[in-house]
Design a protein around this ligand. Structure first.
Ligand SMILES: NC(=O)c1ccc[n+]([C@@H]2O[C@H](COP(=O)([O-])OP(=O)(O)OC[C@H]3O[C@@H](n4cnc5c(N)ncnc54)[C@H](O)[C@@H]3O)[C@@H](O)[C@H]2O)c1
Length: 522
């Protein structure tokens, strides 16, 4: 299902279509349409009145017209009337605009739920049970044709809404010079990793690389899913933290791989944030000259950035990510529900990268963030992933265009280093984004409105927009030294507009220093 497809909820009366639809819309930040309510509003009569004054065929005709109208739109959550999707035509029309979900419920519970209902013309009979059973029997075949079915018996509205949201899995395909691979994004996907890995042709032993923090939270679910799909998984643990993203830790991974009997017919699965992904990826690239890699990112940053694009690396005492390789995964599985356990500071760090993605490649993503704030909505994460995918597809080996991904990072990295990494990566990127935007304005590349929107958004996400404690000259030196160490020219990525960035090395030092001076907290 695409990011913006409609979600159409149908089912018999009393199955909770409207309440569930409303709750799903609230959780996803989408517009909700209750078809019955809309018809009532347009005709100016209640449904019993429409039935009484105009007859059922008139009402069905209104439904059909509305199906055509709503099918032209996207991003809606629609609750239909109980009979709206009985005609095949209506199912086809609305089905083409999104995902159709049918809610079911046992007759006793329907009777209980509708005990007080006076507004159901079809239930104006003495024996309601008989009537419900007859109607259900009549409609059963049509309901059965709806692709997704949810039994709501005994469930709360919230629980059903959650089940509907679970159905919304996105698949984004990444093309690389060595083939393509899917990114699956959806709630509760951890439980389906085994099945998804099978679909990619993987089998045999799986070395599940993780750290104690993530292992405790999620390894059991992943191990079970792998076993169910006939894999032979073994946990390979490394300590938690960037300090351990080293060749020494990778050597310990090789030992554990050998111990587990891993060979090229098996796979390495990275379960964790960017540190785990980078390190397990590097081990997978080098162990036995390369074994398949599955990325299962568990931080926001790793979902939208680190897991995508095939760059894997470990740190060297002389620099971050100095020892590395390109290793494309066979698949990436992202389950945003794992973000519920991530601490706030880590989430903020991830949001800085999501905002960066909007700034450099997607005005729509930027607007979504402005509209709905920091709820980790599936569509927002999907859009940030698409921005990264588009860039890495253009430049798989980081020759030219990938440089735009460094928007905010030239300043950000210098600040991170100067602070002895006390400033978090995302916080540094946030300040870096402001610096890049101010610089673009100073050079006449973009207008002031961009800065205003960026500042408002960063503040809304609790991200810093200025720094303290360093002289501009010190920051300049940190930026220049880093590049000199890597034998590269000092280049800046600057926004031209929301969703558009350019790379330039034509920025005079005086302009940089002036911007840095303006960014100091006083
Ligand atoms: N390869 C790339 O293209 C690329 C891109 C960007 C960043 N990176 C790398 O990514 C790393 C940073 O990644 P990160 O920000 O994900 O940090 P991280 O991997 O250190 O994770 C942050 C912390 O969160 C914990 N954690 C992870 N998932 C959790 C969850 N669901 N619930 C609770 N705790 C959880 C981790 O154990 C860790 O303590 C850096 O090493 C950076 O170099 C790589």
């Amino acid at each position: 299902m695409g990011v913006n497809s409609n979600i159409v909820i149908t089912g018999f009366m009393g199955t909770g279509k409207s309440e569930v639809g409303l709750e799903v819309a609230r959780r996803l930040g989408r517009e909700f349409v209750d078809m019955d309510a809309l018809i009532e509003q347009r005709v100016g009569l209640t449904i019993p009145e429409i039935f009484a004054q105009h007859g059922e065929p008139f009402f069905r005709q209104q439904e059909r017209k509305l199906c055509y109208e709503l099918a032209q739109k996207r991003g809606l959550v629609i609750a239909t009337g109980g009979g709206a999707l009985i005609p095949e035509e209506n199912r086809r029309v609305l089905g083409a605009s999104g995902v159709l979900v049918c809610l079911n419920c046992d007759v006793d519970e329907i009777l209980r739920r509708l005990a007080q209902a006076e507004d159901r013309p079809l239930l104006n009979v003495t024996d309601r049970r008989e009537r419900i059973e007859a109607l259900l029997a009549q409609r059963r075949e049509a309901y059965n044709r709806i692709p997704h079915q949810i039994d709501t018996t005994g469930l709360t509205v919230e629980e059903v809404a959650e089940k509907v949201i679970e159905l919304l899995v996105q698949k984004i395909v990444v093309r690389t010079p060595t083939g393509s691979y899917p990114i699956h994004l959806g709630n509760r996907l951890l439980k389906r990793i085994g099945e998804l890995a099978r679909e990619q042709g993987l089998k045999g032993k799986v070395a599940l690389v993780t750290n104690p923090t993530v292992e405790e939270l999620y390894a059991t679910t992943v191990m079970e899913s792998l076993r169910e799909a006939d894999f032979e998984p073994a946990v390979c643990q490394v300590p938690d933290g960037e300090a351990y993203k080293t060749l020494d830790t990778v050597r310990s991974l090789y030992d554990q791989f050998i111990e587990a009997g891993l060979d090229r017919s098996g796979a390495v699965l990275a379960l964790g944030g960017g540190v785990i992904g980078d390190m397990a990826g590097f081990a997978a690239a080098t162990y036995m000259r390369g074994v398949p890699l599955v990325q299962v990112p568990t931080t926001l940053l790793a979902m939208v950035d680190a897991s995508i694009g095939g760059k894997v690396a470990v740190d060297h005492p002389r620099g971050k990510n100095l020892i590395g390789a390109f290793k494309q995964p066979r698949l990436i599985v992202s389950d945003p529900l794992v973000l519920n356990t991530l601490d706030e500071a880590e989430m903020r760090s991830g949001w800085a990268e999501v905002i960066k993605a909007g700034m450099l490649g997607s005005p729509r993503l930027f607007e979504q963030l402005e509209e709905r704030g920091n709820e980790p909505a599936l569509s927002v994460i999907a859009e940030a992933i698409r921005v990264k995918v588009a860039v890495v597809e253009e430049d798989p080996y980081e020759r030219e265009q990938r440089a735009v991904l460094n928007l905010g990072h030239t300043f950000g990295h210098a600040l991170e280093v100067l602070s002895g990494f006390r400033l978090r990566h995302g916080e540094a990127v946030s300040i870096g984004l402001v610096a890049a935007t101010k610089m673009a304005i100073a050079l006449g590349l973009c207008d002031k409105g961009v800065e205003e929107r960026l500042l408002a958004l960063l503040q809304r996400f609790g991200l810093p927009t200025c720094y303290e404690g360093y002289e501009p000259e010190e920051i300049w030196e940190a930026m220049a030294t880093d590049k000199k160490k890597r034998g590269k020219k000092l280049r800046f990525v600057l926004p031209k507009a929301i969703g558009q960035a350019v790379v330039t090395d034509q920025v005079p030092k005086a302009v940089v220093l002036e911007i840095l001076e303006r960014l100091r907290e006083r």
